[in-house]
Design a protein around this ligand. Structure first.
Ligand code: HPA
Length: 273
């Protein structure tokens, strides 16, 4: 077994010693969306810090625990807080939670994040259905010994974001009368925000929104055969596209203002999955 496979087995055994709950869907909550628990029937919480060798988030607004329970009637596991590459974890460590959720049973992963808008037709507070991604500016989470228990060495990333799940999200947003933008998410390492020239370049390359997470998780999930979908909440316009000082930007606060509607959309979508 690979080293990562052994680590994963340890984490899995610990979680299984606490519960035999088998989630079908996983949901990762982005900055400012941490109040999600009220939308689900929580059966059990596992703080990341209790899990042996599990990476623990150091970022404010990412308080770090798994919530196992039901979203509607769908058995689900929710990650309240994620770990980021910029915290100093390796990419492999950053995606360990995704792999653990796979071992626990998930078949679907719903990714959420707060992101900076690059597409000039976007406004702060918009929701963007992620249709594809650019992860070329961060290392692949699959570098190193392949975790062959999970997937193959050279996985296909042609359809990272599941077409059927995208359709379901579009339809649900329409029914719920929630405006939904669409676009390509680009991941940077962070933690610094981008320069205006970088944002112009990312725009030319086809990115509609930029953030410091998510794309690596989508890759690890696809590697493991999980169906992936995701929505970004545009918490600000990216560097050079507005007069706002990014240095004083409170991403969490910006996201919190739209959290209610965002949670409603996510909950309704997962309930149908
Ligand atoms: N850039 C990178 N990450 C982000 C941003 C941004 O403008 N906003 C929220 N996360």
């Amino acid at each position: 077994m690979s080293r990562q496979g052994e680590k994963l087995a340890k984490c899995y055994e610990y979680c299984r010693s606490l519960t035999d709950f088998k989630p079908k869907a996983g949901l990762i909550l982005g900055s400012g969306l941490g109040g999600y628990a009220k939308n689900m029937k929580v059966e059990l919480e596992i703080p990341y810090g209790d899990i042996p060798e599990f990476p623990v988030s150091t970022v404010q607004g990412h308080d770090g625990k798994f919530l196992f329970g039901y979203i509607g009637t769908v058995p689900a596991v929710v990650m309240k807080g994620r770990v980021h590459y910029y915290e100093g974890y390796s990419m492999e460590e950053a995606v360990l939670p995704v792999r653990l959720m796979k071992r626990m049973g998930i078949e679907i992963l719903f990714l959420t994040n707060a992101a900076g808008g690059i597409n000039r037709s976007f406004c702060v507070g918009d929701f963007m259905l992620i249709t594809d991604q650019i992860s070329s500016f961060v290392p692949s989470p699959l570098i190193g010994e392949n975790v062959s228990e999970l997937g193959e060495r050279f996985p296909d990333m042609t359809h990272i974001y599941d077409e059927k799940l995208q359709k379901l999200i579009r339809k649900t947003a329409e029914e719920e009368q929630v405006a939904l933008q669409e676009g390509v998410y680009l991941q940077t390492t962070g933690p610094n925000f981008e320069s205006p020239a970088e944002i112009r370049m990312y725009g030319l390359l086809g990115a509609d929104a930029v953030g410091m997470s998510t794309a690596c998780e989508a890759i690890a999930a696809r590697h493991a055969g999980i169906r992936v979908c995701g929505i970004s909440l545009i918490s600000n316009m990216a560097s050079g596209l507005s007069d706002e000082e990014l240095g004083s930007l409170d991403v969490q606060k910006a996201a919190e203002q739209r959290a209610g509607e965002f949670e409603r959309l996510v909950t309704t979508c997962i309930g149908k999955m």
